[in-house]
Design a protein around this ligand. Structure first.
Ligand code: NI
Length: 172
């Protein structure tokens, strides 16, 4: 297992549409392990493969908020199959947009379907943090970031900040 570097905005990789996983190979299992390790190290509650630069439809999550009782989830080819009309606001952050948090409104409850690393298809209903997290991570697979839901003013402000930081890092 290894911790992989995180892809940070404004890296254009974050806008790619990730490809479905066709077969659960040893590379896919390795990728899942690396994603979990990278996510726990960050620390974060969710990570999409593209956030470590791999454009495949795989997500890791752990919303247990407890170091002792970790509940790692690996979602392969996840999709939302139902979303409630009822919406709620939750403060979100993203490992690809470090130290930036903002309130986002999304459906309150969702039903989602995915394949496990064992090749089993699972359908699950979620509310609360898990519902927010799974919607946020599936967005990543479609090149969507949570800042896309904010006003243009707020989004431009955060993008400008990270563009400047990227230029500084490049020594320009
Ligand atoms: Ni994110």
């Amino acid at each position: 297992m290894s911790i992989r570097p995180l892809v940070i905005i404004p890296d254009s990789k974050l806008r790619l549409i990730s490809e479905p996983v066709k077969e659960i190979t040893s590379e896919i299992r390795q990728l899942a392990e690396d994603m979990l390790e990278t996510m726990y190290d960050a620390p974060g509650v969710g990570l999409a493969a593209i956030q470590i630069g791999v454009p495949v439809r795989m997500v890791t999550m752990d919303v247990s908020k407890s170091e002792e009782e970790r509940q790692p989830m690996v979602l392969i080819n996840p999709e939302i199959v139902w979303a409630s009309e009822e919406r709620r606001v939750y403060e979100e952050g993203c490992l690809s947009i470090p130290e930036y948090y903002e309130e986002v409104e999304r459906p309150d409850r969702v039903r989602f379907r995915y394949m496990t690393l064992q090749g089993e298809t699972v359908e699950q209903e979620a509310d609360g943090l898990l519902a927010t997290c799974v919607q946020h991570e599936i967005d990543h697979l479609n090149g969507v970031l949570f800042i896309d839901y904010l006003s243009k003013l707020k989004r431009d402000r955060v993008l400008t900040k990270f563009r400047k930081a990227a230029r500084r890092e490049a020594g320009a």
